[in-house]
Write a protein that binds this ligand. Structure first.
Ligand code: APR
Length: 265
C-alpha cells in the first residue's frame, strides 16, 4: 500500500477503523505542539508540571499552570479540517474510535458540530456511538482531589487569577486540572479500552503525534502486531515509521479530508 488514498479505497464497510491523535492534529487550529521548534517543552520545564510537584507545592503548581495555560489555551481554538474529517467518518459509521492524547476537547467539538449540522441525515448519535477517549484528560475541567467534584477550568482560573492559590473545593480539597500530569498513571479503564479498540482495529491511523511517550509509542505497535494496517500521518518521521504500512508526510488538514473523501461509506 503506498498511500492514504489506496488505504481508504481498501477500507471495507465492516472494517474497524481507529484514529489515534496527538498535538499535530490541533496545530493547524493554532494550539502549540509539545516538541520541536517553539514547542511547549522548549518554553517550560516539564518538572513544573509533575504530579509530585502538584502534591508538594499546589500553590506554585497553579501559578505556573496559569502561565502554561496562557501559552496553550489563551485563544478560542476551533476544530480544523482534520478534526472535521474524522468527525465526518465517525458520523458515517466508518470510524470506530478516536483515541487522543490532546486535552483541548477539539475532537468532541468537531463531532458535535458535524452532528448538529447533519439534520438527521447521518447518524445523529455519533458522539455516543464512536467513543472519543481522551487518554490525557481534558484541560477544560478541573477535579477536586478529595471528593472528585468537577468544575469548569475557566471559573477556577479566574479564582486563581484573583489570588486563590491553590484553588479549593467546598470540601476543602485542592482542585487539580483534570489531566494526566507527568508521573501520574493514566486512568486504567480508559487505557484498557484504548488498547482493546487498538487490538480490534483493521486500520489504525496514528495522526500528528511524535509517538515517543507512552502509550503513544506502543499503540501503533500493538495494532501492527494484531494484524491492522497501520498508517502514520505526520509532517516528520516518527519512530513507528518502520512498522507502518503507509507513511503520509503531509499536513493533517490535507491528508485527512483526502482520506475521508476516498472512503466509500
Ligand atoms: N500535520 C501533521 N503533523 C503535524 C502537524 C500537521 N499540521 N503539525 C505538527 N505535526 C506533528 C509533528 O511533526 C510532531 O511529530 O505532530 C507531532 C507533535 O508531537 P508532540 O509535540 O510530541 O505531541 P504529542 O505526540 O501529542 O505529545 C504527546 O507528550 O508532553 C506530552 O502530554 C503531552 O500529550 C502530550 C504527549
Amino acid at each position: 500500500m503506498d498511500d492514504l488514498e489506496s488505504l481508504a479505497a481498501a477500507v471495507d464497510g465492516t472494517d474497524s477503523v481507529v484514529a489515534f491523535t496527538g498535538a499535530g492534529i490541533s496545530a493547524p487550529s493554532g494550539v502549540p505542539t509539545f516538541r520541536g521548534d517553539d514547542g511547549v517543552w522548549d518554553r517550560f520545564d516539564e518538572g513544573q508540571f509533575e504530579y509530585g510537584r502538584f502534591q508538594r507545592d499546589p500553590a506554585g503548581f497553579w501559578e505556573d499552570r496559569l502561565e502554561l495555560q496562557a501559552v496553550m489555551f489563551d485563544e478560542e481554538y476551533e476544530p480544523n479540517a482534520g478534526h472535521v474529517a474524522l468527525a465526518d467518518l465517525a458520523a458515517e459509521g466508518i470510524l470506530d474510535g478516536i483515541l487522543t492524547q490532546n486535552t483541548d476537547g477539539l475532537h468532541r467539538e468537531a463531532v458535535r458540530s458535524v452532528t448538529d449540522a447533519d439534520g438527521g441525515d447521518r447518524r445523529t448519535d455519533a458522539d455516543s456511538e464512536t467513543p472519543i477517549l481522551e487518554l490525557h484528560g481534558n484541560s477544560q475541567r478541573v477535579r477536586c482531589v478529595e471528593c472528585g467534584q468537577r468544575q469548569d477550568n475557566d471559573t477556577i482560573t479566574e479564582r486563581v487569577e484573583d489570588g486563590e492559590v491553590p484553588p479549593r473545593c467546598e470540601c476543602g480539597g485542592v482542585y487539580k486540572p483534570d489531566v494526566v500530569l507527568f508521573g501520574e498513571q493514566l486512568p486504567a479503564t480508559v487505557l484498557q479500552r484504548a488498547r482493546s479498540l487498538t487490538r480490534e482495529s483493521d486500520v489504525f491511523l496514528a495522526i500528528g503525534s511524535s509517538l515517543v511517550v507512552e502509550p503513544a509509542a506502543s499503540l501503533p505497535r500493538i495494532a501492527n502486531s494484531t494484524g491492522a494496517t497501520v498508517a502514520v500521518v505526520n509532517l516528520e518521521a516518527t519512530p513507528c515509521d518502520s512498522i507502518a504500512d503507509v507513511r503520509c508526510r503531509e499536513d493533517v488538514t490535507e491528508a485527512l479530508p483526502r482520506f475521508r473523501d476516498a472512503v466509500d461509506p
